[in-house]
Design a protein around this ligand. Sequence first.
Ligand code: C2E
Ligand code: CA
Ligand code: CA
Length: 387
Amino acid sequence: KNINDSFGHSFGDRLLKAIAERLDSVCYKDCLVSRFGGDEFIILLESVRSKEAAAEMAKRLLLMLEQPLELDGIDLHLTATVGIALYPEDGEDSDKLIRNADVAMYKSKKESSGNIHVYNIDDSNEAADFVTTERNIQRGIQGKEFIAFYQPKVDLLNGRILGMEALARWQHPEQGVIPPGSFIAVAEETGQIGALGAQILNQVLGDIYHWQEMGIAVPVAINVSARQFADHDFCRALVKSIHESGCALSLLEVEVTEQVFLGDIETAASRLRYLRTAGLTVALDDFGTGYSSFNYIKQLPIDTLKIDRSFIAHIDSDKTEFAIIKALASMCQDLRLNMVIEGVETAAQQEALVSLGCDKAQGYHFFRPMPAGDVELLLQKQQAALA
Ligand code: C2E
Ligand code: CA
Ligand code: CA
């Protein structure tokens, strides 16, 4: 449907037909090529008796699909992934065979090593875990179990709270508070991150508003994953939600990682510009962990660079880390970027960072992420001390 919308009526349908014809042309006479739904096809190879032979056939199919295809004067480059399941060992009926071929296909999508995966029994356990987590997350979203914890960002010199980062937690009815490591990745893959993120944003806006009413204007950063950011409507919906909440737009910061720019850097940049024009600020998170191209810093409208904690783990003793942070601090100063150091755990690290002119940090040495109620008490205390 999306393809039809973008390229004109029936373009997608004709494309599917062209693909089906290509698949059919490679297959033996006794093969059955059928479309399963969406962009998924199933091919039944009746005479094939081994996984090796099936994989050989899959290779030929992929080669054929990768040939350039022209439709309505548009050159298309197709890619595909294949999952293979064999009768009877991988399933004695069609349901089970199709399900396991599907599991194998998802596995091959996840693997970077190739586009073909042959089903094996371990895949099934992995897929079952995934499906269980997905189902539990769904229940959690319905039960409004996803909440925000807050970790303060502090002034390195005096420990004063400058702002916070909202971090997702799952308040599970039986298992207690679950950190994001065990659910964010699944939620991203399934697309549930949209609803989950909305639930957290909702709480964050309520909290900011409540603090605003108490006379405390505290900036809060939210984490936005590449999947959320890729949704063309996300930024507009975010600005609208903040508007409707009555919170000052300038109190929200969006933290994105460079994953957001791996696709189309121009689109990503224009979305960030839109957010900044609306009054929000933008931070580039986990700087130093991926490609960390300086091109991003040059091309992207960002306010803050968050330096990953791996760069300061041994800053009090490691000359290389010291030199890198020194250079980054000087660059941020010249470019008028805020620099926030993540994961400060010791007084020695703090001291080394201060000696390099770093002024903002986050980390267990100052505060761990905590529930809204706890952070509110801290804010009140700080406000009373400053008054
Ligand atoms: P992140 O954005 O890099 O968040 C910082 C993580 O470092 C947090 O883990 C925080 O608890 C942890 N941390 C802070 N100070 C220290 C320290 O001194 N030492 C150590 N060892 N760790 C420290 P957390 O809360 O488990 O979050 C993990 C990741 O999950 C986040 O990494 C972020 O990528 C993702 N995440 C969290 N909340 C959300 C959310 O609402 N939406 C999305 N899309 N992703 C989220
Ligand atoms: Ca973050
Ligand atoms: Ca980070």
